[in-house]
Design a protein around this ligand. Sequence first.
Ligand SMILES: [Zn+2]
Length: 308
Amino acid sequence: MTTRYAGRTALLAALFTLMPLHGWAEPNLIKLAEGVFGIKGPGGTINTGLVVGDRGVFVYSCSADDYDQRVQLIRSVAGGRPIRYVANGHYAGDDTMCNHLFAEQGAVVLGSKELARQLLPYWPKRVEEELRRGRVKKEYLLGKKVEMAMPVITFGDKVTLDLGSHVVELLYVGKAHTPDNTIAYLPKERILFVNDLLFVELHPTADARSDTMNWQRVLRKLATWPVETVVPGHGAFAPGNGAKPLLEMDRYFETMRAKVRAMKGAGKSLDEIKRGIRAELGDFARWPREGAIPGTAEQLYRELTARP
Ligand SMILES: [Zn+2]
């Protein structure tokens, strides 16, 4: 290789290294089983689940800031089948802001009663916020009505979608990350989409909307299922990753709770705990998304105060 080419290669390598930092990377499609895919959001942003069934396409969670690329990826494997059903892991904007766009094309939005309750007041405010931030194309937001984003079919604990070639179970797991967490499970393929119940090698967000004890109960229960692949809401995944990341998330909360309890017991104030907790987290301390740590510590403190 000549020096000139070596220089160019080094420059390209440097650019590729910088890409995720600047959000230039695009979502990418990962095949998990026949007709089952995950779209990996760039830089730890939301991951989308995708099931291409004989009777239409099911989409689980989608973010509108890279809606065009996600739809392109969906179409690339849909074989001309329409997007027929849409569901969300929970009500947050990075998960639900494509609902109305899919609904306008004829998709049916499904959601738990609790998701519907959370989404109704939240969605119009989030649209305002996104219009101010300018990350999402204006035409996707201007004049849009919350009714289009809301579930058309609501369910209690569970609803089963029979897509012919694939069966998808949507299960409401109760209050965990937020009050409305819903997972999507494909029992035949043993694939589980858990959305924000799981952040892989990223500090998760827990706050006043969360119940970390129930969250951990759910994680431990799901880890006993015969799952081959678990797709997190945020962070890395690959086919065959199995239940291990679920138990890792459980251990994360267990570790942080023990440290918060010890610091609280030693007379530290909440502010001191929020400032000092990262140094106590061992291997977890190195994870990105460290901005979420103080909020999670505060929630654990709150829960410990309510139920010592
Ligand atoms: Zn999220």
